[in-house]
Design a protein around this ligand. Structure first.
Ligand code: NI
Length: 404
């Protein structure tokens, strides 16, 4: 059974002015990490007066709001992340960041505002809801693992399905990209320190120079990835920082490599960890150096439940209109802490195209994490409608995702 809300998009558009205001307020005053007091206060103020049960986090400035429908049923969670990035903003917008080196360049201001819009819209229609909608306003997505901390504080208790939207400036406005299975990559930090013996640069034979060993290692790691990893279950290993030495005539004692490993299956991820160790230890030993390898585990692979992802695609077609969704050919190699949520409950994250109107080609628009990232604010109405439609339909189906 599907309940059709022909007026859902209109209702979402009615919420747009308030949502744009909130988004711009958040954009002007971005905050970083797990402590977002100003953002939290703005969200709480926006939810005031709605028939919600609201609680805030203990170990972070999260907001969890429950909306109980008029009928009993399962619980569906909608998530919006709220944190910004430590970087300058160069958009020239009149509501550009007023905080030095802090910018909402990943669209989390829009995610938060859209989720508030959905809470307002669904509150008006609470009698039609057959279950509970939980709104998860999350700090600390950009590396702090805020989702996992909220899970420790019980955000998933009783939750039967979970949904999140990420904006995508490089996708045409209003188009929704979705994918079953692995959708975003895992992200681990790799640090390798090669230790030799320092000395005079004119007499390398009396030292043990770690610099060529580190260079050999950078190349060997690339060969290892291309020769041992299945291209259809890929990994990306980038050494992004190389550090050694202090001047032209001193052989340093150590050389340090820092990089990132991305994978879209836990199997490949774990296999590459082992191979990094083997290659680094082997090459260092071959030259009489020692090596220390530190693999800092970041977010796991974000895996969409295939049935939930298809369900969302159907919701897009039905409520936003035909031709508004496409199945992505490949995962995105960025990472997300919504991955932790999807390890526990079936759900999906989808990408909502927000390419600004003056970009002839979406790929030319500054991407997420760019200092010039701009999004098409009108599309936030589609995001509000999509949140509301996914929640309403999931509950109307009693959480049953069997295709209908
Ligand atoms: Ni993001």
């Amino acid at each position: 059974m599907t309940i059709i809300h022909d007026d859902l998009l209109d209702a979402a558009r009615a919420e747009l002015p308030g949502v744009v205001d909130l988004r711009r307020t958040l954009h002007r005053h971005p905050e970083l990490g797990l402590e977002l007091p100003r953002t939290q206060a703005a969200v709480l103020a926006s939810l005031e007066g709605l028939p919600l049960e609201v609680r805030t986090g203990d170990s972070l400035t999260s907001v969890v709001a429950d909306l109980d429908g008029g009928l009993p049923g399962p619980t569906v969670l909608l998530r919006g992340d709220m944190d910004a990035l430590p970087m300058p903003e160069d958009t020239g917008l009149d509501f550009a960041s007023q905080i030095d080196n802090t910018m909402h360049a990943c669209g989390h201001d829009a995610h938060t505002a859209m989720l508030v819009g959905a809470a307002r819209l669904l509150s008006e229609r609470r009698d039609e809801l057959a279950g509970r909608v939980r709104f998860m306003f999350q700090p600390g997505e950009e590396g702090s693992g805020g989702a996992a901390l909220m899970m420790d504080e019980g955000v998933l208790d009783g939750v039967d399905g979970a949904f999140a939207i990420h904006v995508a400036p490089n996708v045409p406005a209003g188009i929704v990209g979705w994918k079953p299975g692995p959708t975003l990559a895992s992200a681990d930090e790799i640090e390798i320190v090669v230790t030799g013996r320092g000395g005079h640069a004119s007499t390398p034979q009396w030292a043990n120079d770690p610099v060529p060993v580190a260079c050999e290692l950078v190349l060997a790691l690339q060969s290892m990835v291309t020769r041992t990893v299945d291209v259809f279950d890929p990994a990306v290993l980038t050494i992004a920082q190389v550090e050694a030495g202090t001047t032209h005539n001193v052989i340093p004692e150590t050389a340090r490599l820092l990089g990132t490993l991305r994978a879209v299956s836990e199997r490949t991820r774990h296999a590459v960890w082992e191979r990094i160790r083997r290659v680094a230890e082997g090459i260092a030993a071959a030259h009489g150096c020692t090596v220390e390898i530190d693999i800092v585990q970041g977010y796991p692979v974000t895996v969409n439940d295939p049935r939930f992802a298809s369900f969302v695609a159907g919701v897009v077609e039905e409520h936003l209109g035909p031709g508004r969704e496409f199945q992505m050919a490949s995962p995105v190699m960025g990472a997300e802490d919504f991955s932790y949520v999807l390890q526990q409950v079936p759900g999906a994250m989808v990408f909502l195209g927000v390419c600004p109107p003056d970009n002839p080609e979406p790929f030319e628009a500054p991407a997420c994490h760019s200092n010039r990232m701009i999004l098409h604010e009108d599309v936030m109405a589609d995001g509000i409608a999509l949140h509301a439609a996914v929640a309403t339909d999931f509950l109307a189906r009693n959480g049953d995702l069997t295709p209908i």
